[in-house]
Design a protein around this ligand. Structure first.
Ligand code: PEP
Ligand code: MN
Length: 329
């Protein structure tokens, strides 16, 4: 739609699309609204819409994903979480422990990172662990603790939702809903996330192609939720020097293909503390919109992912280096 298009003009185009048995999804961009035409079989006759008031141009999307595609909306999607903007030229740092272990642990870490560069507090209350015998998270108690950290530090919070059953509960506490690598193609979870009014942080499946990942994001947008942040967290390769392989090349490709922001998780990619800082710096340089890193005040005692958790002092140092690289860029 034209930048000056009125709400009535947008509604009229939506009605025109729907009267032809397609579905319409308006996508608010920074500059203008794009309206996706969905469920068409084959090409749509552009002349149906091109003459309508407020329409700027009719674009045939060539990609299998539509709503997430740059073809549909060339403006970067900016996601607002309180006063933090994710996307565009902003660089956002999410940090915190892998798992919320106790009130004291979470609060200590929150206070150690809040004025040192962290914008958003991360932590798991429901943990997807490889072994059923490993610590599974504190559940709702963990969510309550996170809410207290938010209250105390002012940082918005992000936490993972593992299943459909706990979705409403997690959604009610968190500011950003995280969908983890193991659930990237859990379609019922994606559809539920599509109904949410809260931003969704969608991690790339550890063996997913970029097309599969963007199609997973498409499920969420198709459901009506346009606030999706992508996160590259390393993919499974043949190496054993790192936990996963951070796919830096995903960033320029994803930025070309989609208007959605892309962040990096160097912690789960590297798996070892000493790899996290260099991979974070590479993430800045390659053009990511932010990083998510694990921090623990006592990594040796952490109930999960201690080996990849930074000490608070290392985190502070990392944030200074991130800013230095941003200046150079
Ligand atoms: C996490 O961020 O806590 C997590 C489990 O990450 P991933 O889904 O990338 O393994
Ligand atoms: Mn972890």
């Amino acid at each position: 739609m034209q930048r000056s298009a009125t709400k009535d003009q947008i509604d009229n185009v939506v009605s025109a699309i729907e009267s032809r048995q397609y579905q319409a999804r308006p996508l608010p961009g920074g500059e203008r609204v794009a309206i996706g035409v969905l469920y068409n079989k084959g090409a749509v006759d552009a002349s149906m819409f091109s003459g309508m008031p407020g329409v700027k141009e009719v674009i045939a999307v060539t990609r299998p994903y539509k709503l997430v595609s740059r073809e549909l909306s060339s403006d970067d999607t900016i996601i607002n979480v309180k006063d933090i903007q994710i996307g565009g030229n902003n660089f956002v740092i999410m940090a915190g422990p892998c798992a919320i272990e106790s009130y004291d642990q979470a609060m200590k870490i929150g206070e150690a990172i809040v004025n040192k560069g962290a914008h958003i507090f991360r932590g798991g209350a429901y943990k997807p662990r490889t072994s059923p015998y490993s610590f599974q998270g504190l559940g709702e108690e963990g969510l309550k603790i996170m809410a207290k950290v938010r209250e105390q530090t002012g940082m918005p919070i992000i936490t993972e939702v593992m299943d459909f059953q706990t979705f409403d509960l997690v959604e009610s506490y968190t500011d950003i809903i995280q969908i983890g690598t193991r659930n990237m193609q859990n379609f019922s979870l994606l559809r539920r996330a599509g109904q949410s009014k809260k931003p969704v942080f969608l991690k790339r499946g550890m063996a997913a192609t970029i097309d599969e990942w963007l199609m997973a994001a498409e499920y969420i947008l198709e459901g009506g939720n346009t606030q999706v942040i992508l996160c590259e967290r390393g993919v499974r390769t043949f190496v054993n020097h790192s936990r996963n392989t951070l796919d830096l090349s995903a960033v320029p490709v994803v930025k070309k293909e989609t208007h959605l922001p892309i962040m990096m998780d160097p912690s789960h990619a590297g798996g070892h503390r000493d790899q996290v800082i260099p991979l974070s710096l590479a993430s800045v340089a390659v053009g990511a919109h932010g990083i998510m890193v694990e921090v623990h005040h006592e990594p040796d005692k952490a109930l999960s992912d201690g080996a990849q958790s930074l000490y608070p002092e290392q985190f502070e140092h990392l944030c200074r280096q991130v800013h230095a690289i941003r200046q150079v860029l």
